[in-house]
Write a protein that binds this ligand. Structure first.
Ligand code: B12
Ligand code: SF4
Length: 513
Protein backbone atom coordinates (compact mmCIF):
# COMPACT_ATOMS: atom_id res chain seq x y z
CA UNK A 1 0.00 0.00 0.00
CA UNK A 2 2.87 2.34 0.84
CA UNK A 3 4.11 1.83 -2.70
CA UNK A 4 0.78 2.84 -4.19
CA UNK A 5 0.59 5.98 -2.09
CA UNK A 6 4.14 6.86 -3.03
CA UNK A 7 3.31 6.44 -6.68
CA UNK A 8 0.50 8.94 -6.34
CA UNK A 9 3.13 11.31 -4.96
CA UNK A 10 0.79 14.18 -4.11
CA UNK A 11 -1.78 15.04 -1.46
CA UNK A 12 -4.57 12.50 -1.52
CA UNK A 13 -8.27 13.22 -1.37
CA UNK A 14 -10.25 10.26 -0.24
CA UNK A 15 -13.00 10.25 -2.92
CA UNK A 16 -10.28 10.42 -5.57
CA UNK A 17 -8.54 7.24 -4.47
CA UNK A 18 -11.74 5.41 -3.74
CA UNK A 19 -13.19 6.04 -7.20
CA UNK A 20 -13.21 2.37 -8.13
CA UNK A 21 -15.89 1.09 -10.45
CA UNK A 22 -14.85 -2.49 -10.06
CA UNK A 23 -15.06 -3.04 -6.34
CA UNK A 24 -16.71 -6.41 -6.84
CA UNK A 25 -13.67 -8.36 -5.79
CA UNK A 26 -12.93 -8.72 -2.13
CA UNK A 27 -9.28 -7.89 -2.72
CA UNK A 28 -10.24 -4.53 -4.15
CA UNK A 29 -12.61 -3.92 -1.27
CA UNK A 30 -9.98 -4.81 1.30
CA UNK A 31 -7.48 -2.65 -0.51
CA UNK A 32 -9.86 0.29 -0.48
CA UNK A 33 -10.58 -0.24 3.22
CA UNK A 34 -6.94 -0.27 4.25
CA UNK A 35 -6.19 2.70 2.05
CA UNK A 36 -9.05 4.66 3.53
CA UNK A 37 -8.11 3.72 7.05
CA UNK A 38 -4.48 4.73 6.51
CA UNK A 39 -5.42 8.03 4.92
CA UNK A 40 -7.97 8.74 7.61
CA UNK A 41 -5.36 8.13 10.23
CA UNK A 42 -3.21 11.00 8.87
CA UNK A 43 -0.72 8.63 7.33
CA UNK A 44 2.23 10.33 5.70
CA UNK A 45 4.01 7.77 3.52
CA UNK A 46 7.23 9.74 3.40
CA UNK A 47 7.80 9.71 7.13
CA UNK A 48 8.30 6.34 8.73
CA UNK A 49 8.42 6.95 12.47
CA UNK A 50 9.60 3.50 13.54
CA UNK A 51 12.29 1.47 11.81
CA UNK A 52 11.85 -1.89 13.45
CA UNK A 53 8.87 -3.03 15.53
CA UNK A 54 8.95 -6.14 17.68
CA UNK A 55 5.61 -7.89 18.24
CA UNK A 56 6.17 -9.96 21.36
CA UNK A 57 4.14 -12.84 22.77
CA UNK A 58 5.66 -12.98 26.28
CA UNK A 59 4.19 -16.35 27.37
CA UNK A 60 6.38 -19.42 27.87
CA UNK A 61 7.12 -22.17 30.35
CA UNK A 62 5.09 -25.09 31.63
CA UNK A 63 1.58 -24.98 30.30
CA UNK A 64 -1.24 -27.14 29.13
CA UNK A 65 -1.20 -28.56 25.62
CA UNK A 66 -3.71 -26.24 24.10
CA UNK A 67 -1.67 -23.18 24.96
CA UNK A 68 1.23 -24.32 22.83
CA UNK A 69 -0.75 -25.36 19.87
CA UNK A 70 -1.96 -22.16 18.25
CA UNK A 71 -0.29 -18.96 17.11
CA UNK A 72 -0.92 -15.69 18.99
CA UNK A 73 -3.69 -14.61 16.61
CA UNK A 74 -4.43 -11.18 18.12
CA UNK A 75 -0.75 -10.20 18.01
CA UNK A 76 -0.48 -11.36 14.42
CA UNK A 77 -3.38 -9.10 13.48
CA UNK A 78 -1.48 -6.22 15.08
CA UNK A 79 1.72 -7.15 13.24
CA UNK A 80 -0.19 -7.22 9.94
CA UNK A 81 -1.60 -3.75 10.65
CA UNK A 82 1.89 -2.45 11.35
CA UNK A 83 3.62 -4.03 8.41
CA UNK A 84 3.23 -1.27 5.85
CA UNK A 85 3.61 1.56 8.32
CA UNK A 86 6.98 0.77 9.93
CA UNK A 87 10.32 -0.19 8.41
CA UNK A 88 10.22 -3.81 9.53
CA UNK A 89 8.19 -6.05 11.84
CA UNK A 90 9.55 -9.04 13.73
CA UNK A 91 7.31 -11.41 15.68
CA UNK A 92 8.79 -13.27 18.62
CA UNK A 93 6.67 -15.95 20.23
CA UNK A 94 8.65 -16.79 23.35
CA UNK A 95 7.02 -20.22 23.63
CA UNK A 96 9.26 -21.22 20.75
CA UNK A 97 12.27 -18.92 21.34
CA UNK A 98 14.31 -20.44 24.14
CA UNK A 99 17.22 -18.03 23.69
CA UNK A 100 15.02 -15.03 24.37
CA UNK A 101 13.26 -16.42 27.42
CA UNK A 102 16.03 -14.74 29.39
CA UNK A 103 15.02 -11.07 29.73
CA UNK A 104 18.69 -10.01 29.56
CA UNK A 105 19.20 -11.69 26.19
CA UNK A 106 15.94 -10.29 24.87
CA UNK A 107 16.79 -6.80 26.19
CA UNK A 108 20.11 -6.93 24.35
CA UNK A 109 18.34 -7.76 21.09
CA UNK A 110 15.75 -5.02 21.70
CA UNK A 111 18.40 -2.39 22.48
CA UNK A 112 20.35 -3.23 19.35
CA UNK A 113 17.48 -3.57 16.91
CA UNK A 114 14.12 -2.31 18.06
CA UNK A 115 12.54 1.13 18.37
CA UNK A 116 8.94 0.00 18.92
CA UNK A 117 8.02 -2.83 21.26
CA UNK A 118 4.45 -4.19 21.03
CA UNK A 119 3.54 -6.72 23.70
CA UNK A 120 0.38 -8.84 23.82
CA UNK A 121 -0.94 -9.63 27.30
CA UNK A 122 -3.98 -11.77 26.68
CA UNK A 123 -4.28 -14.52 29.23
CA UNK A 124 -5.25 -14.63 32.86
CA UNK A 125 -2.82 -17.44 33.54
CA UNK A 126 0.83 -16.52 34.16
CA UNK A 127 -0.15 -12.87 34.35
CA UNK A 128 2.24 -12.05 37.21
CA UNK A 129 5.15 -13.87 35.51
CA UNK A 130 4.47 -11.89 32.37
CA UNK A 131 4.43 -8.62 34.33
CA UNK A 132 7.80 -9.52 35.91
CA UNK A 133 9.23 -10.33 32.52
CA UNK A 134 7.94 -7.25 30.70
CA UNK A 135 9.09 -4.90 33.45
CA UNK A 136 12.68 -6.07 32.89
CA UNK A 137 12.71 -5.00 29.23
CA UNK A 138 14.54 -1.78 28.24
CA UNK A 139 12.68 1.31 29.49
CA UNK A 140 14.19 3.51 26.78
CA UNK A 141 12.41 1.59 23.99
CA UNK A 142 8.89 2.81 23.23
CA UNK A 143 6.59 0.12 24.62
CA UNK A 144 2.93 -0.41 23.72
CA UNK A 145 0.89 -3.18 25.33
CA UNK A 146 -2.47 -4.60 24.25
CA UNK A 147 -4.61 -7.71 24.58
CA UNK A 148 -7.57 -9.05 26.49
CA UNK A 149 -5.93 -9.18 29.91
CA UNK A 150 -4.07 -5.90 29.42
CA UNK A 151 -7.40 -4.18 28.74
CA UNK A 152 -8.83 -5.54 31.96
CA UNK A 153 -5.79 -4.52 33.98
CA UNK A 154 -4.81 -1.13 32.57
CA UNK A 155 -4.17 0.71 35.84
CA UNK A 156 -2.41 -2.23 37.44
CA UNK A 157 -0.08 -2.68 34.46
CA UNK A 158 0.95 0.98 34.46
CA UNK A 159 1.77 0.66 38.17
CA UNK A 160 3.50 -2.66 37.85
CA UNK A 161 5.63 -2.04 34.74
CA UNK A 162 7.14 1.42 34.68
CA UNK A 163 8.47 0.86 31.15
CA UNK A 164 5.00 0.57 29.59
CA UNK A 165 4.27 3.81 27.75
CA UNK A 166 0.76 3.12 26.55
CA UNK A 167 -1.95 0.48 26.60
CA UNK A 168 -4.31 -0.15 23.72
CA UNK A 169 -7.73 -1.16 25.02
CA UNK A 170 -9.89 -3.61 23.06
CA UNK A 171 -9.42 -4.54 19.41
CA UNK A 172 -6.24 -2.85 18.34
CA UNK A 173 -5.86 -2.91 14.54
CA UNK A 174 -6.87 0.69 13.89
CA UNK A 175 -5.45 2.09 17.12
CA UNK A 176 -1.93 0.80 16.50
CA UNK A 177 -1.99 2.35 13.02
CA UNK A 178 -2.85 5.71 14.53
CA UNK A 179 -0.06 5.42 17.10
CA UNK A 180 2.67 4.70 14.56
CA UNK A 181 1.48 7.27 12.05
CA UNK A 182 1.75 10.09 14.55
CA UNK A 183 -1.86 10.91 15.41
CA UNK A 184 -1.73 12.97 18.64
CA UNK A 185 -2.30 10.60 21.55
CA UNK A 186 -5.18 12.64 22.92
CA UNK A 187 -7.05 12.03 19.65
CA UNK A 188 -6.68 8.26 19.65
CA UNK A 189 -9.75 6.61 21.06
CA UNK A 190 -9.18 3.37 22.96
CA UNK A 191 -5.76 4.51 24.17
CA UNK A 192 -4.48 4.89 27.74
CA UNK A 193 -1.12 6.65 28.07
CA UNK A 194 1.17 8.29 30.57
CA UNK A 195 1.22 12.07 30.79
CA UNK A 196 2.67 14.42 33.41
CA UNK A 197 3.16 11.67 35.95
CA UNK A 198 -0.40 10.36 35.56
CA UNK A 199 -2.36 8.16 33.19
CA UNK A 200 -4.84 9.49 30.64
CA UNK A 201 -7.64 7.18 29.47
CA UNK A 202 -9.19 8.25 26.20
CA UNK A 203 -12.76 7.32 25.44
CA UNK A 204 -13.64 3.90 24.02
CA UNK A 205 -12.76 3.17 20.40
CA UNK A 206 -15.59 2.00 18.15
CA UNK A 207 -15.09 -1.62 17.11
CA UNK A 208 -13.18 -1.86 13.83
CA UNK A 209 -15.01 -2.85 10.66
CA UNK A 210 -14.17 -6.51 10.19
CA UNK A 211 -14.33 -6.21 6.40
CA UNK A 212 -11.44 -3.73 6.52
CA UNK A 213 -9.07 -5.75 8.72
CA UNK A 214 -6.05 -7.29 7.03
CA UNK A 215 -5.71 -10.94 7.90
CA UNK A 216 -2.69 -12.08 9.88
CA UNK A 217 0.42 -12.16 7.76
CA UNK A 218 1.80 -15.64 8.29
CA UNK A 219 5.00 -14.82 6.47
CA UNK A 220 6.21 -13.19 9.69
CA UNK A 221 6.30 -16.54 11.51
CA UNK A 222 9.59 -18.28 12.06
CA UNK A 223 8.22 -21.72 12.84
CA UNK A 224 5.19 -23.95 12.72
CA UNK A 225 2.78 -24.60 15.58
CA UNK A 226 2.14 -28.12 16.76
CA UNK A 227 0.65 -30.22 19.56
CA UNK A 228 3.10 -30.50 22.40
CA UNK A 229 2.87 -31.39 26.08
CA UNK A 230 5.78 -31.27 28.52
CA UNK A 231 8.15 -30.93 25.61
CA UNK A 232 6.73 -34.02 23.87
CA UNK A 233 5.35 -33.50 20.37
CA UNK A 234 2.21 -35.59 19.90
CA UNK A 235 1.36 -35.27 16.27
CA UNK A 236 3.08 -34.56 13.00
CA UNK A 237 0.26 -32.13 12.16
CA UNK A 238 0.82 -28.39 12.23
CA UNK A 239 -1.85 -26.01 13.55
CA UNK A 240 -3.26 -22.59 12.76
CA UNK A 241 -6.34 -20.45 13.39
CA UNK A 242 -8.57 -18.48 11.05
CA UNK A 243 -11.17 -16.00 12.23
CA UNK A 244 -14.12 -15.69 9.83
CA UNK A 245 -16.49 -13.70 12.04
CA UNK A 246 -16.29 -11.69 15.23
CA UNK A 247 -18.95 -11.53 17.90
CA UNK A 248 -21.95 -13.70 18.69
CA UNK A 249 -25.64 -12.76 18.70
CA UNK A 250 -26.46 -14.89 21.76
CA UNK A 251 -26.33 -13.56 25.29
CA UNK A 252 -25.36 -16.45 27.56
CA UNK A 253 -24.97 -14.91 30.99
CA UNK A 254 -21.61 -16.43 31.94
CA UNK A 255 -19.92 -15.64 28.65
CA UNK A 256 -17.72 -12.73 27.70
CA UNK A 257 -16.59 -14.22 24.40
CA UNK A 258 -18.29 -11.62 22.29
CA UNK A 259 -17.62 -8.76 24.65
CA UNK A 260 -14.29 -7.17 24.24
CA UNK A 261 -12.85 -6.65 27.70
CA UNK A 262 -14.18 -3.12 27.84
CA UNK A 263 -17.62 -4.62 28.12
CA UNK A 264 -18.36 -3.48 24.56
CA UNK A 265 -20.63 -6.06 22.96
CA UNK A 266 -19.23 -7.03 19.57
CA UNK A 267 -22.20 -7.32 17.27
CA UNK A 268 -21.99 -10.40 15.11
CA UNK A 269 -20.05 -9.49 11.97
CA UNK A 270 -18.99 -11.63 9.04
CA UNK A 271 -16.09 -11.48 6.65
CA UNK A 272 -16.84 -12.06 3.00
CA UNK A 273 -16.57 -15.79 2.30
CA UNK A 274 -14.21 -15.11 -0.64
CA UNK A 275 -11.86 -13.29 1.73
CA UNK A 276 -11.88 -16.28 4.09
CA UNK A 277 -11.06 -18.62 1.21
CA UNK A 278 -8.29 -16.23 0.15
CA UNK A 279 -6.82 -16.44 3.64
CA UNK A 280 -7.21 -20.23 3.80
CA UNK A 281 -5.18 -20.53 0.61
CA UNK A 282 -2.24 -18.88 2.37
CA UNK A 283 -2.41 -21.27 5.34
CA UNK A 284 0.08 -24.11 5.22
CA UNK A 285 -0.90 -25.83 8.49
CA UNK A 286 -2.66 -29.21 8.37
CA UNK A 287 -5.18 -28.37 11.09
CA UNK A 288 -7.15 -25.12 11.13
CA UNK A 289 -9.23 -23.94 14.06
CA UNK A 290 -11.99 -21.59 12.98
CA UNK A 291 -11.76 -19.46 16.09
CA UNK A 292 -15.16 -17.80 15.61
CA UNK A 293 -17.25 -17.88 18.75
CA UNK A 294 -19.76 -20.04 16.84
CA UNK A 295 -18.92 -21.02 13.28
CA UNK A 296 -22.55 -21.86 12.45
CA UNK A 297 -24.30 -18.66 13.57
CA UNK A 298 -25.41 -18.11 9.98
CA UNK A 299 -25.89 -21.64 8.60
CA UNK A 300 -26.38 -20.40 5.04
CA UNK A 301 -22.97 -18.75 5.12
CA UNK A 302 -21.36 -21.80 6.78
CA UNK A 303 -22.75 -23.94 3.98
CA UNK A 304 -21.38 -21.51 1.40
CA UNK A 305 -17.96 -21.67 3.05
CA UNK A 306 -18.02 -25.47 3.02
CA UNK A 307 -18.97 -25.41 -0.69
CA UNK A 308 -16.08 -23.07 -1.45
CA UNK A 309 -13.61 -25.16 0.56
CA UNK A 310 -14.64 -28.23 -1.46
CA UNK A 311 -14.65 -26.33 -4.77
CA UNK A 312 -11.20 -24.87 -4.12
CA UNK A 313 -9.87 -28.28 -3.05
CA UNK A 314 -8.57 -26.91 0.25
CA UNK A 315 -7.53 -30.03 2.11
CA UNK A 316 -7.29 -29.45 5.85
CA UNK A 317 -8.59 -30.84 9.08
CA UNK A 318 -10.99 -28.21 10.37
CA UNK A 319 -11.86 -27.65 14.01
CA UNK A 320 -14.89 -25.49 14.88
CA UNK A 321 -16.53 -23.97 17.90
CA UNK A 322 -20.29 -24.53 17.70
CA UNK A 323 -23.66 -24.50 19.43
CA UNK A 324 -25.91 -27.55 19.36
CA UNK A 325 -28.29 -25.68 17.02
CA UNK A 326 -26.09 -26.77 14.13
CA UNK A 327 -27.66 -30.23 14.36
CA UNK A 328 -30.85 -28.79 12.85
CA UNK A 329 -29.02 -28.23 9.58
CA UNK A 330 -28.22 -31.63 8.15
CA UNK A 331 -27.24 -30.27 4.76
CA UNK A 332 -24.63 -28.05 6.41
CA UNK A 333 -23.33 -31.01 8.41
CA UNK A 334 -23.13 -33.20 5.29
CA UNK A 335 -21.09 -30.54 3.56
CA UNK A 336 -18.96 -29.84 6.61
CA UNK A 337 -18.04 -33.53 6.75
CA UNK A 338 -17.14 -33.48 3.07
CA UNK A 339 -15.09 -30.29 3.49
CA UNK A 340 -12.89 -31.85 6.17
CA UNK A 341 -14.52 -30.63 9.39
CA UNK A 342 -13.48 -33.18 11.98
CA UNK A 343 -13.60 -31.66 15.45
CA UNK A 344 -16.59 -29.89 16.95
CA UNK A 345 -16.04 -27.98 20.20
CA UNK A 346 -19.54 -27.58 21.58
CA UNK A 347 -20.70 -25.43 24.48
CA UNK A 348 -23.24 -27.43 26.47
CA UNK A 349 -22.45 -25.99 29.90
CA UNK A 350 -24.91 -28.06 31.94
CA UNK A 351 -27.21 -31.07 31.67
CA UNK A 352 -29.79 -29.37 33.89
CA UNK A 353 -32.58 -27.22 32.52
CA UNK A 354 -32.61 -25.11 35.69
CA UNK A 355 -28.94 -24.21 35.29
CA UNK A 356 -29.18 -23.76 31.53
CA UNK A 357 -31.99 -21.28 32.19
CA UNK A 358 -29.98 -19.52 34.87
CA UNK A 359 -27.09 -19.16 32.39
CA UNK A 360 -29.45 -17.99 29.62
CA UNK A 361 -27.93 -20.61 27.34
CA UNK A 362 -31.14 -20.88 25.34
CA UNK A 363 -31.14 -24.69 25.14
CA UNK A 364 -32.67 -27.55 27.12
CA UNK A 365 -31.41 -30.99 28.11
CA UNK A 366 -33.80 -32.60 25.62
CA UNK A 367 -32.50 -30.37 22.83
CA UNK A 368 -28.95 -31.43 23.69
CA UNK A 369 -29.99 -35.09 23.48
CA UNK A 370 -31.78 -34.55 20.17
CA UNK A 371 -28.79 -32.68 18.74
CA UNK A 372 -26.33 -35.42 19.68
CA UNK A 373 -28.61 -38.07 18.22
CA UNK A 374 -27.91 -36.32 14.91
CA UNK A 375 -24.28 -35.30 15.41
CA UNK A 376 -23.15 -38.80 16.38
CA UNK A 377 -24.29 -40.07 12.97
CA UNK A 378 -21.31 -38.28 11.46
CA UNK A 379 -17.61 -39.00 11.74
CA UNK A 380 -16.99 -35.91 13.84
CA UNK A 381 -14.92 -35.88 17.01
CA UNK A 382 -17.31 -34.30 19.52
CA UNK A 383 -15.89 -32.35 22.44
CA UNK A 384 -18.21 -30.76 25.01
CA UNK A 385 -17.62 -27.84 27.37
CA UNK A 386 -19.32 -27.87 30.76
CA UNK A 387 -19.43 -25.50 33.71
CA UNK A 388 -19.74 -26.79 37.26
CA UNK A 389 -20.08 -24.98 40.58
CA UNK A 390 -23.01 -22.96 39.26
CA UNK A 391 -25.18 -20.93 41.59
CA UNK A 392 -27.27 -23.26 43.78
CA UNK A 393 -25.97 -26.36 41.95
CA UNK A 394 -25.77 -29.41 44.18
CA UNK A 395 -22.93 -31.95 44.26
CA UNK A 396 -25.25 -34.56 42.81
CA UNK A 397 -26.09 -32.25 39.91
CA UNK A 398 -22.42 -31.54 39.21
CA UNK A 399 -21.59 -35.24 39.26
CA UNK A 400 -24.25 -35.91 36.63
CA UNK A 401 -21.98 -34.21 34.04
CA UNK A 402 -19.85 -37.30 33.20
CA UNK A 403 -22.90 -39.58 33.10
CA UNK A 404 -24.78 -37.23 30.83
CA UNK A 405 -21.74 -36.73 28.59
CA UNK A 406 -21.53 -40.48 28.13
CA UNK A 407 -25.26 -40.79 27.55
CA UNK A 408 -25.14 -38.36 24.64
CA UNK A 409 -21.89 -39.99 23.41
CA UNK A 410 -19.48 -37.10 23.66
CA UNK A 411 -15.94 -38.20 22.84
CA UNK A 412 -14.30 -35.91 25.35
CA UNK A 413 -15.21 -33.10 27.72
CA UNK A 414 -13.67 -30.21 29.56
CA UNK A 415 -15.32 -28.78 32.61
CA UNK A 416 -14.55 -25.51 34.29
CA UNK A 417 -15.64 -23.84 37.47
CA UNK A 418 -17.97 -20.89 37.01
CA UNK A 419 -15.77 -17.79 36.61
CA UNK A 420 -16.50 -14.12 36.91
CA UNK A 421 -14.92 -11.58 34.63
CA UNK A 422 -15.12 -7.82 35.03
CA UNK A 423 -17.97 -7.28 32.61
CA UNK A 424 -19.67 -10.65 32.94
CA UNK A 425 -23.44 -10.24 33.29
CA UNK A 426 -23.30 -12.99 35.93
CA UNK A 427 -21.25 -10.83 38.27
CA UNK A 428 -24.31 -9.11 39.71
CA UNK A 429 -26.16 -12.40 40.17
CA UNK A 430 -23.28 -13.80 42.25
CA UNK A 431 -23.02 -10.61 44.26
CA UNK A 432 -26.72 -10.73 45.04
CA UNK A 433 -26.86 -14.42 45.99
CA UNK A 434 -26.23 -14.99 49.71
CA UNK A 435 -23.44 -17.46 50.44
CA UNK A 436 -21.79 -17.06 47.01
CA UNK A 437 -18.60 -15.08 46.37
CA UNK A 438 -15.56 -14.67 44.16
CA UNK A 439 -12.15 -13.56 45.37
CA UNK A 440 -10.99 -11.72 42.29
CA UNK A 441 -12.06 -10.72 38.80
CA UNK A 442 -11.27 -13.57 36.44
CA UNK A 443 -11.44 -15.97 39.38
CA UNK A 444 -13.81 -18.81 40.23
CA UNK A 445 -17.09 -18.57 42.08
CA UNK A 446 -17.23 -20.33 45.46
CA UNK A 447 -19.93 -20.72 48.05
CA UNK A 448 -20.19 -21.49 51.75
CA UNK A 449 -21.06 -25.06 50.75
CA UNK A 450 -18.62 -25.51 47.90
CA UNK A 451 -15.25 -23.89 48.54
CA UNK A 452 -12.00 -24.52 46.68
CA UNK A 453 -11.40 -27.90 48.33
CA UNK A 454 -14.89 -29.27 47.73
CA UNK A 455 -14.93 -28.19 44.08
CA UNK A 456 -11.52 -29.73 43.54
CA UNK A 457 -12.80 -33.06 44.84
CA UNK A 458 -15.84 -32.81 42.61
CA UNK A 459 -13.62 -31.96 39.62
CA UNK A 460 -11.49 -35.03 40.25
CA UNK A 461 -14.60 -37.21 40.43
CA UNK A 462 -16.01 -35.79 37.19
CA UNK A 463 -12.66 -36.44 35.51
CA UNK A 464 -12.21 -39.98 36.73
CA UNK A 465 -15.81 -40.94 36.03
CA UNK A 466 -15.66 -39.70 32.48
CA UNK A 467 -12.09 -40.58 31.54
CA UNK A 468 -12.16 -44.24 32.54
CA UNK A 469 -10.14 -46.82 30.60
CA UNK A 470 -12.86 -47.69 28.03
CA UNK A 471 -13.32 -43.97 27.27
CA UNK A 472 -9.57 -43.45 26.80
CA UNK A 473 -9.44 -46.44 24.45
CA UNK A 474 -12.46 -45.07 22.59
CA UNK A 475 -10.71 -41.69 22.16
CA UNK A 476 -7.49 -43.26 20.85
CA UNK A 477 -9.44 -45.40 18.40
CA UNK A 478 -11.55 -42.53 17.21
CA UNK A 479 -8.75 -39.99 16.66
CA UNK A 480 -6.95 -42.66 14.67
CA UNK A 481 -10.03 -43.76 12.69
CA UNK A 482 -11.04 -40.28 11.60
CA UNK A 483 -7.46 -39.32 10.76
CA UNK A 484 -6.70 -36.84 13.53
CA UNK A 485 -3.51 -38.73 14.25
CA UNK A 486 -1.65 -41.23 12.11
CA UNK A 487 -0.26 -44.62 13.05
CA UNK A 488 3.24 -43.15 13.22
CA UNK A 489 2.02 -40.47 15.67
CA UNK A 490 0.62 -43.15 17.99
CA UNK A 491 3.79 -45.20 17.81
CA UNK A 492 6.08 -42.26 18.42
CA UNK A 493 3.90 -41.05 21.32
CA UNK A 494 4.11 -44.52 22.82
CA UNK A 495 7.90 -44.36 22.79
CA UNK A 496 7.86 -40.84 24.23
CA UNK A 497 5.63 -41.87 27.15
CA UNK A 498 8.50 -41.96 29.68
CA UNK A 499 9.39 -38.36 28.79
CA UNK A 500 5.76 -37.37 29.19
CA UNK A 501 5.51 -39.05 32.59
CA UNK A 502 8.68 -37.27 33.67
CA UNK A 503 7.21 -33.91 32.56
CA UNK A 504 3.99 -34.59 34.42
CA UNK A 505 5.80 -35.58 37.61
CA UNK A 506 7.99 -32.46 37.44
CA UNK A 507 4.92 -30.27 37.06
CA UNK A 508 3.18 -31.94 40.00
CA UNK A 509 6.29 -31.46 42.17
CA UNK A 510 6.45 -27.79 41.21
CA UNK A 511 2.76 -27.29 42.08
CA UNK A 512 3.20 -28.91 45.47
CA UNK A 513 6.08 -26.53 46.24
C1 B12 B 1 -10.16 -19.03 19.73
C2 B12 B 1 -10.00 -18.94 21.22
C3 B12 B 1 -9.18 -19.88 21.81
C4 B12 B 1 -8.36 -20.89 21.02
C5 B12 B 1 -6.91 -20.43 20.75
C6 B12 B 1 -6.74 -19.02 20.37
C7 B12 B 1 -5.30 -18.67 20.09
N1 B12 B 1 -5.04 -18.15 18.95
O1 B12 B 1 -4.44 -18.88 20.91
C8 B12 B 1 -8.30 -22.05 22.02
C9 B12 B 1 -9.50 -22.95 21.80
C10 B12 B 1 -7.06 -22.90 21.94
C11 B12 B 1 -8.43 -21.28 23.33
C12 B12 B 1 -7.95 -21.74 24.50
C13 B12 B 1 -8.10 -21.05 25.70
N2 B12 B 1 -8.83 -19.95 25.90
CO1 B12 B 1 -9.65 -18.96 24.49
N3 B12 B 1 -10.55 -17.91 23.28
C14 B12 B 1 -10.64 -17.95 22.00
C15 B12 B 1 -11.58 -16.85 21.48
C16 B12 B 1 -12.95 -17.46 21.22
C17 B12 B 1 -11.10 -16.09 20.25
C18 B12 B 1 -9.68 -15.53 20.35
C19 B12 B 1 -9.39 -14.73 19.15
O2 B12 B 1 -8.85 -15.24 18.18
N4 B12 B 1 -9.80 -13.45 19.16
C20 B12 B 1 -9.63 -12.56 18.06
C21 B12 B 1 -8.39 -11.73 18.23
C22 B12 B 1 -8.23 -10.87 17.01
O3 B12 B 1 -8.62 -10.95 19.38
P1 B12 B 1 -7.57 -10.79 20.58
O4 B12 B 1 -6.74 -11.99 20.70
O5 B12 B 1 -8.26 -10.29 21.78
O6 B12 B 1 -6.62 -9.63 20.02
C23 B12 B 1 -7.07 -8.28 19.81
C24 B12 B 1 -6.94 -7.36 21.03
O7 B12 B 1 -6.89 -8.02 22.25
C25 B12 B 1 -5.73 -6.53 20.74
N5 B12 B 1 -4.41 -7.02 21.05
C26 B12 B 1 -3.96 -8.24 21.36
N6 B12 B 1 -2.63 -8.23 21.55
C27 B12 B 1 -2.20 -6.97 21.34
C28 B12 B 1 -0.94 -6.41 21.41
C29 B12 B 1 -0.77 -5.05 21.12
C30 B12 B 1 0.57 -4.44 21.18
C31 B12 B 1 -1.91 -4.26 20.77
C32 B12 B 1 -1.73 -2.85 20.44
C33 B12 B 1 -3.20 -4.84 20.74
C34 B12 B 1 -3.33 -6.18 21.02
O8 B12 B 1 -5.81 -6.40 19.33
C35 B12 B 1 -6.16 -7.68 18.78
C36 B12 B 1 -6.78 -7.49 17.45
O9 B12 B 1 -8.01 -6.84 17.55
C37 B12 B 1 -11.59 -15.88 22.72
C38 B12 B 1 -12.86 -15.10 22.89
C39 B12 B 1 -12.91 -13.94 21.92
N7 B12 B 1 -13.98 -13.83 21.21
O10 B12 B 1 -11.95 -13.17 21.80
C40 B12 B 1 -11.32 -16.84 23.88
C41 B12 B 1 -10.52 -16.33 25.08
C42 B12 B 1 -9.37 -15.53 24.55
N8 B12 B 1 -10.05 -17.57 25.69
C43 B12 B 1 -10.03 -17.53 26.96
C44 B12 B 1 -9.59 -18.59 27.79
C45 B12 B 1 -9.81 -18.42 29.27
C46 B12 B 1 -8.96 -19.70 27.24
C47 B12 B 1 -8.32 -20.87 28.00
C48 B12 B 1 -7.50 -20.46 29.21
C49 B12 B 1 -9.42 -21.86 28.35
C50 B12 B 1 -8.89 -23.01 29.17
N9 B12 B 1 -9.25 -22.99 30.43
O11 B12 B 1 -8.18 -23.84 28.67
C51 B12 B 1 -7.43 -21.54 26.93
C52 B12 B 1 -5.99 -21.03 27.04
C53 B12 B 1 -5.30 -20.80 25.73
C54 B12 B 1 -3.96 -20.04 25.85
N10 B12 B 1 -3.39 -19.66 24.72
O12 B12 B 1 -3.44 -19.82 26.91
C55 B12 B 1 -10.53 -16.21 27.47
C56 B12 B 1 -9.37 -15.34 27.94
C57 B12 B 1 -9.67 -14.66 29.23
C58 B12 B 1 -8.35 -14.37 29.92
N11 B12 B 1 -8.01 -13.10 30.04
O13 B12 B 1 -7.68 -15.28 30.31
C59 B12 B 1 -11.29 -15.63 26.25
C60 B12 B 1 -11.30 -14.11 26.14
C61 B12 B 1 -12.74 -16.16 26.34
C62 B12 B 1 -13.42 -15.76 27.61
N12 B12 B 1 -14.00 -14.61 27.74
O14 B12 B 1 -13.45 -16.57 28.51
N13 B12 B 1 -9.04 -20.10 23.13
S1 SF4 C 1 -21.41 -19.13 25.13
FE1 SF4 C 1 -21.22 -19.28 22.90
S2 SF4 C 1 -23.30 -18.92 22.17
FE2 SF4 C 1 -23.26 -18.16 24.25
S3 SF4 C 1 -22.80 -15.97 24.05
FE3 SF4 C 1 -20.87 -17.09 24.36
S4 SF4 C 1 -20.06 -17.45 22.32
FE4 SF4 C 1 -22.24 -16.95 22.10
Amino acid sequence: MRGVLQKLGRPIHLPEVLHFHDLQTVDALEFACSLASAVLSHYNPFMIKYKHALALNPYFGESNTIRWTFPPTGLEYIAASLKDLVGKVTILDLRYEKAYQDPKALSKFIRNEIDLLCVSISWESRFEDVCDFVSQLPPEVFTVVGGYKATEEVEYLFDRCSNIEMIVRGEGEEIIKQIVTGVPYRDIRGLSYRENGGVVHNEIHPLPDITCIQFPDRSLRKHDYYLVKHGVRFSSHTFDTVLTTRGCPFKCKFCTFSLNPLGQKRSYTERAVESVIGELKTVTADVVLFSDDNFFTNPKRSEQLCDLIIENKIKKIFVVQARIDVAKHRRVLDKAEKAGFKVFLIGIESPHDRILKQLDKGITQQQVRDAFAVLTQYDFYLHGYFIYGNICETEEEMLYIPKFAKEVKLDSITFQKLRIERFSPLKEVVEETPGYYYNRIGGSVYSDHYGRKELKQIRNRIRSEFYDIPQVIHIIRKVWRIGLVGGSDLTSTFFKLPLLMYGLARRKRKRRR
